[in-house]
Ligand binder design. Structure first.
Ligand code: SF4
Length: 62
């Protein structure tokens, strides 16, 4: 599974990074982005939770 963050939709709330820091982190524009090419199986549940927790639906599966 690969997740991407739509930079236009991200409002920098930090929810995804709180829920799944193994996959999401801030970028130089203070928006969230994915820091892995493939979501590790061990954190898939947290990654899906992060996807669902995004208030603007900025995270999607690639
Ligand atoms: S949860 Fe959504 S809006 Fe909030 S930082 Fe993550 S991608 Fe951006």
């Amino acid at each position: 599974m690969r997740l991407i963050v739509d930079q236009e939709l991200c409002i920098s709330c930090g929810a995804c990074i709180d829920v799944c820091p193994e996959v999401f982190d801030w970028n130089e524009d203070d928006k969230a982005h994915s820091i892995v090419d493939e979501v590790p199986v061990a954190v898939e549940d947290q990654a899906n939770e992060a996807l669902e927790s995004c208030p603007t639906d900025a995270i999607s599966e690639d």
